[in-house]
Design a protein around this ligand. Structure first.
Ligand SMILES: [Ca+2]
Ligand SMILES: [Ca+2]
Ligand SMILES: [Ca+2]
Length: 168
């Protein structure tokens, strides 16, 4: 037989459980969504380039860009330009946005120019890329582009993303 005390305890536990359930079911929906949608992308992008030389050794360059940006459902875009060896210009267009769950989408295009100078308009290779970063995760991705137009594989750039999806 249940004592009065036990019955009362059981009732208050049930009440507490109901309160927790209520909080869980009816959070401030909009505030939660806004917090989840704004994330910080943090890390580095390293552009490594090889400039093939007919005489002598190739020229090798490496540039690192540090990223720490707030990402939201509105797309943010950047252009990062690096040069190497007096003949190559690598242009990286990179875009970021979050979805409703706070997942960051990363995508873009790499343009590889090779010619008489780093200001050349001779576009010899193009690559597109896209990947996603779950909240709290860190991702590394290599994107490769090379001199396709002149079939010179020794002219190339590799863009290395090492980026994390953190709270704002
Ligand atoms: Ca060259
Ligand atoms: Ca050169
Ligand atoms: Ca060329």
């Amino acid at each position: 037989m249940e004592t009065r005390w036990r019955k009362a305890t059981r009732k208050s536990i049930a009440a507490a459980a109901l309160m927790l359930l209520t909080l869980g079911v009816f959070p401030n929906g909009k505030a939660v969504a806004d917090v989840q949608q704004q994330r910080r992308l943090e890390g580095t992008i390293t552009v490594t380039t090889n400039d093939y030389e007919t005489f002598g050794s190739d020229q090798r360059c490496s540039h690192t860009v540090r990223m720490s940006i707030v990402v939201s459902p509105s797309t943010r875009g950047f252009r990062t330009t690096t040069t190497c060896g007096g003949e190559i210009r690598t242009e990286l267009l990179h875009y970021y946005r979050t979805d409703a769950r706070g997942v960051i989408s990363v995508w873009g295009t790499v343009y590889f120019y090779e010619g008489d100078s780093v200001n050349t308009n001779d576009l010899d290779g193009t690559t597109t890329y896209s990947f996603q970063i779950q909240p709290g995760w860190r991702v590394t991705r290599n994107v490769h582009v090379w001199n396709v137009a002149e079939n010179e594989r020794r002219d190339w750039s590799t863009i290395r993303f090492d980026v994390a999806n953190r709270t704002v």
